[in-house]
Design a binder for this molecule. Structure first.
Ligand SMILES: [Zn+2]
Length: 539
């Protein structure tokens, strides 16, 4: 009986060629020889793994597959990868009324932040959704990058009533390593108690979580017991027994020592900078001058609709633009043009007094120093701390004279930024800025990629959360998935030709799966994949 002739590869259809390649890969796995060691084969040269593609939506992957010559893993392998990660990295998600959450947050946190020297729990509302999660660092070579991962998200604001709903028995049952925790705050408390996590968020969120009244209370600070009438002073730190401005109707959802509360560097920076630009500069050189300079840098500008207070506050990028484009100098020119137009012929038209120029210079310097110190991600040394202490002292001493306004709570928080930096030698890397970035990426997932589920809010939130969780573990995912069984279990064409075909089933050498081996989670970083995370958080 003659041997059946094997058709040449080139004569096969696309499907048949794919099947032939699959059998070749299976044979290579079986004998333990990587296909790349044999030759550079155009159709098998791709080393793209399913984990490499986790950050791309299905529609994009389908578009890539339409490109001749580009070969990426099939959707079937993508699903296998996602299912494996759900077990190994805790990315499985569930839903509750108007919300979604990660079913095993402890395993997930271990996977993404197990090797992180920094762990911060926190949350914020943005884009109509409140997120609770963790901020942590990942290493890209010698560079630390900060990122935020959500553990739970729900539709609504971050007020006490909505947050405390999450304590309802049975609302968010956890599984696996997290099965013992009755609600998300128990998980966050565990991270604070056992992983020495910090707490971040904006001022109202932190006060709400800790059971204090809001920032307009008599004792507004969550860190110390300073009085609202003496905000520029320091005061002793709060103790567990203190009742200063405690909200007796709203119990604390978590507890933490004051030293581990991150003193809201982003919001302090935004709050004071906006006061300087929108109020102090307007007081000095007029609203019109400020408005005309802002028109060049403001993303959404509402000129002509009332006073500057009607403008949305400037965001971090806009304030950075202000500094980069030296808008403080432009203000003087704008003031000259504005005054010249309104008082043509007057001898004093457009002139700016030396006193005003001096104030403008001081306020502009403060703006730059606030930006450089509160937003810096690097380690602080002793000189940095002393310099910053000097700046804060200067701002406190001269605020009312230079800014023509009364002290407000964020000026007080500057004290705590000095203390925090002195105690831990970092500040910006623990800030709430990463949560703000997460809002943008989550909104993109929610409104663009899962818009087709608009009637099912829970499922839409769950899929958006699942995608963000998979992106978070992408760095730590194994580089390969388990090879298919050998011989193929459903092959009705007989076993493929293989040098070891005479072995019995028990003798066959299998390539062990990384999952089966209990691949360690959270301790391996693949820097080449960091760009995906960066892309995600800079969208
Ligand atoms: Zn304080």
């Amino acid at each position: 009986m003659g041997k059946k002739a094997v058709r040449s590869y080139e004569s096969l259809s696309g499907t048949q060629q794919r099947e032939r390649r699959k059998r070749l890969r299976q044979a290579a796995d079986y004998i333990g020889c990587p296909i790349s060691a044999v030759a550079s084969l155009p159709h098998t040269a791709s080393t793209t793994t399913p984990a490499d593609l986790l950050h791309l939506p299905t529609s994009i992957r389908e578009q890539i597959r339409t490109v001749r010559g580009l070969h990426i893993p099939s959707e079937k392998r993508m699903i296998q990868c996602k299912k494996a990660l759900a077990d190994t990295h805790g990315t499985r998600t569930g839903t509750f009324s108007r919300g979604a959450y990660i079913l095993d947050p402890i395993r997930f946190v271990t996977a993404v932040a197990g090797a992180s020297a920094l762990l911060v729990v926190g949350g914020d509302a943005g884009g109509g959704h409140t997120k609770l999660g963790i901020t942590y660092t990942v290493l890209d070579g010698c560079t630390r990058l900060q990122t935020f991962a959500a553990l739970l998200v729900y539709e609504g604001k971050d007020g006490w009533e909505e947050l405390s709903r999450l304590e309802s028995p049975g609302l968010t049952p956890f599984e696996g390593d997290s099965a013992e925790f009755p609600h998300i705050f128990a998980v966050l408390q565990h991270l604070i108690d056992k992983r020495d996590a910090f707490l971040n968020g904006d001022w109202p969120f932190i006060n709400t979580l800790l059971g204090y009244k809001n920032a307009s209370a008599i004792h507004p600070c969550p860190i110390c017991i300073v009085s609202h009438g003496q905000l520029l002073r320091t005061a002793r730190y709060r103790t567990a027994a203190d009742q200063h401005s405690r909200n007796l109707q709203q119990h604390a959802l978590i507890t933490i020592i004051p030293q581990r509360i991150v003193p809201t560097p982003l919001h302090v920076f935004l709050g004071i900078s906006n006061r300087i630009i929108l109020e102090a500069f307007s007081e000095l050189l007029g609203e019109e001058s400020v408005r005309s300079v802002l028109s060049d840098i403001k993303t959404v500008h509402t000129a002509g609709c009332g006073g500057l207070s009607d403008l949305f506050d400037l965001n971090g990028q806009e304030i950075s633009k202000w500094l980069k484009h030296d808008c403080s100098t432009k203000l003087i020119a704008a003031h000259a043009a504005s005054a010249g137009a309104s008082a043509a012929g007057s001898a004093s038209a457009g002139s700016v007094s030396d006193a005003k120029k001096a104030s403008l210079s001081i306020l502009s310097q403060w703006l730059q120093q606030l930006h450089d110190c509160l937003m810096r991600k690097t380690v602080w040394d002793a000189d940095d701390i002393e310099a910053w202490r000097g700046v804060v002292s200067d701002i406190h001493s001269h605020w009312q004279v230079e800014a023509h306004s009364n002290p407000f709570p964020k000026l007080h928080m500057l004290h705590h930024t000095v203390e925090f930096a002195e105690r831990y030698r970092f500040l910006g890397r623990a800030s709430e800025a990463q949560i703000e970035s997460f809002h943008r990426s989550f909104n993109s997932l929610f409104h663009r990629h899962h818009h087709n589920l608009s009637r099912n809010i829970e499922e839409r939130l769950r899929r958006s959360l699942a995608d963000s969780a998979l992106r978070a573990v992408q760095l730590f995912a194994p580089k390969q998935v388990a090879p298919p069984p050998w011989p193929p279990q459903t092959n009705n064409k007989g076993p493929p030709t293989c040098p070891d075909r005479n072995r019995t089933r028990d003798q066959k050498v299998r390539s062990p799966s990384l999952y089966q081996l209990g691949h360690p989670v959270g301790h391996e970083v693949f820097p080449s994949k960091l760009s995906h995370i960066l892309l995600l958080h800079t969208q």
